[in-house]
Design a protein around this ligand. Sequence first.
Ligand SMILES: [Zn+2]
Length: 264
Amino acid sequence: MILIILLSLALLTALTWFWIRRSKRPALPDRIPAEYSHLLQMHVKYYRNLSPAQQEVFTQRVAAFLKQVHIEGVGTEIDLTDKILVAASAIIPVFGFGDWKYPNLTNIILYPHTFNEKFQYEGAGRSTMGMVGSGYMNGQMILSKPALHAAYALEDTKHHTPIHEFVHLLDKTDGATDGIPEYLMEESTVDPWLDLMHREMIRISQSESDINAYALTGDAEFFAVVSEYFFQQPQLMAENHPEIYKMLCLFYKQDWVKERELPH
Ligand SMILES: [Zn+2]
């Protein structure tokens, strides 16, 4: 009897010891390969302009994105640089939202060049450089690899195809790709935004604006085009389009001209 009690006590002690050890073991954070920050530093101006603390957060979010979303090349080999550039394009527009994840994205395909008629085009010309899938292509994005690289090689332009596509995806989060990112805005800003957008469209159509005329394709394209401009040339946009700049700062919770910092 005593033996049984002693054995039970010993077993209980051993189990308690294992349980304490287990619960005390710290969860090991995933190690982020050093190449991630090297590649971001090398290719991404937005990243270079961040403080060291912000760069660390950015790199972590890039790593989390790459774990969440599958990126593959079709008809082309892809490497880590391609993946990092895609992930950076995804994180830049949502960097002000804390630990936010795209709910409607599982797969990104890189094509060797502008792509074919099998998929719906958004319009002529540039639309073939990137596409956010709908219908049976829901959850997918297609990007042309040269357009991805051009976005980072030509930093002084107002164009950025991958950011353009991620902005469509963000716009789509509320159910409609309509240039009104309800998800990002206070209800009271919907009307002023529509007003601002349509006034600027008139200026574009009269060649009085430096915003790419592709923005005239519709409200969703206007939102994506001005967002490219906002992230590529914030200073220029703040000077040339202060009202649009201010509105986009509100949407994206980032103001790189005034604060050089995220407001949170
Ligand atoms: Zn578009």
